[in-house]
Design a protein around this ligand. Structure first.
Ligand code: ATP
Ligand code: MG
Length: 388
């Protein structure tokens, strides 16, 4: 900011980072608004990534941190997934702040910590209110995603929605249909991860917005199935796993398609659901501990807590059980596919090898056979007929 200013420009921290500093919350990304045009920003810094020059945004890398530096602008409508159709650069920050969604997001802070608060954002932070900048009906008609964002902030911050803003939400909610799904998914991911998600859910129900969200529009009673003591779900795969488990006739594929999620989310959700099903039938045993990756342990324990109302294993218990396992992956097995083909020279290579290895793996993990080649071969000899 010093560099921008010494080159004759103005620069301010804007948006979420100012809000979060004032709330003493951990800040996410740092956005800077400046009077400098994108080319001027590019010229002033060594490490720059021109992510959205047309929209005025340049990422500046400085001291291993990223700063999103955006030229003061006003914008047209949003018909695509993320960006407004047209933007115009302007010289002053006031109209740039006026285009922002909520008063608490329309604060700016200069380098010395002075706050620019044109719309009563500080007061709304104190009163814990989400209120649109200007007339809610107009602001939601411009971009209906803001309706979903209001909910997202109510879930993240635990704030209530101011009454005029609430009326405008109720009146404009059907326009959510026009918004690109990816934008909704992005906000709703943050919604379910919010530390006040219970507050968010109350608003989601009361406003009736769920009726305009993918899947929920067709299954309006889904939300009522959530446990009373909901906890934040850190990623959308957990959200899908939870709802699929509560209502198995909506498949994971349906969720993924309707919410336009990535394959990665799909695979993670499938893994979580498989583990939950296993837990439902067998509880925590060695195979359960063996199968779940250490990094999903916490997600899974939370889902178990929510879905089965019990607290199966804390992290240190899990770690102990994990450490006590005789093997930790298929690679640790003292036998492999080559050993098996050598053991059964008369059999053609095929699926049976994989199946037999899987059985051996289960037997070893559950402690029924020792992990040494001769025991494994002996067991394979006795049991190979069952595989084909
Ligand atoms: P987070 O901490 O989750 O990043 P944020 O408030 O920074 O929260 P972003 O989505 O990163 O939210 O947006 C940055 C800022 O841009 C917002 O604070 C707001 O001022 C403005 N903004 C973002 N989306 C919109 C929108 N759809 N309409 C109006 N202003 C928006
Ligand atoms: Mg942000």
């Amino acid at each position: 900011m010093e560099r921008l200013e010494s080159d004759g420009h103005r620069a301010y921290f804007v948006g979420g980072c100012v809000r979060d500093v004032l709330l003493e919350r951990t800040i996410g990304d740092i956005d800077i608004a400046t009077s400098a045009k994108p080319e001027q920003v590019l010229a002033l810094f060594e490490k720059v990534i021109p992510v959205g020059i047309k929209h005025g945004t340049v990422i500046v890398r400085y001291d291993n941190e990223s700063y999103e530096v955006t030229t003061f602008r006003v914008e047209g409508s949003y018909t695509d997934s993320r960006h407004p159709d047209a933007v115009s650069f302007i010289d002053e920050i006031d109209l740039d702040l006026a285009r922002r969604d909520f008063t608490i997001n329309a604060l700016a802070m200069d380098r010395t910590g002075n706050i620019i608060d044109l719309f009563g954002g500080k007061k709304d932070l104190q009163r814990q209110k989400i209120r649109t900048v200007g007339n809610g009906y107009d602001r939601f008609a411009e971009d209906a995603l803001r309706i979903v964002r209001a909910l997202r902030f109510s879930s993240q911050l635990g704030f209530s929605i101011e009454s005029d803003t609430m009326k405008a939400i109720r009146a404009c909610r059907s326009q959510i249909d026009k918004v690109a799904t990816e934008r909704i998914t992005n906000e709703m991911t943050k919604f379910f991860a919010g530390s006040s998600v219970k507050n968010g859910l109350v608003n989601l129900k009361e406003t009736g917005i769920y009726k305009f969200l993918p899947i929920f529009s067709q299954h309006p009673t889904l939300l009522d199935m959530l446990p009373e003591h909901m906890e934040p779900l850190g990623s959308f795969d957990e959200v899908i796993a939870m709802f699929h488990f509560l209502k198995p006739d909506i498949s994971i594929s349906n969720w993924v398609k309707a919410w336009k999620c990535s394959n990665q989310i799909k695979h993670r959700a499938e893994k979580l659901v498989n583990s939950l099903k296993y837990y439902q039938h067998h509880g925590v045993d060695r195979w359960f501990v063996y199968q779940i990756d250490f990094d999903v342990h916490e997600k899974l324990m939370k889902l178990i807590r929510l879905l089965f109302q019990n607290k199966p294993l804390d992290a240190s218990c899990f770690q102990q059980l994990y450490e006590r396992l005789t093997i930790h992956s298929r690679k640790d097995l003292d036998i492999d596919g080559n050993d098996l083909t050598a053991l059964f020279p008369e059999r053609k290579k095929g699926r049976w090898i994989h199946q037999l290895l899987e059985k051996l793996e289960k037997e070893v993990v559950s402690g029924k056979i020792r992990n040494d080649k001769s025991s494994l071969k002996e067991w394979a000899k006795c049991n190979q007929q069952e595989t084909n």
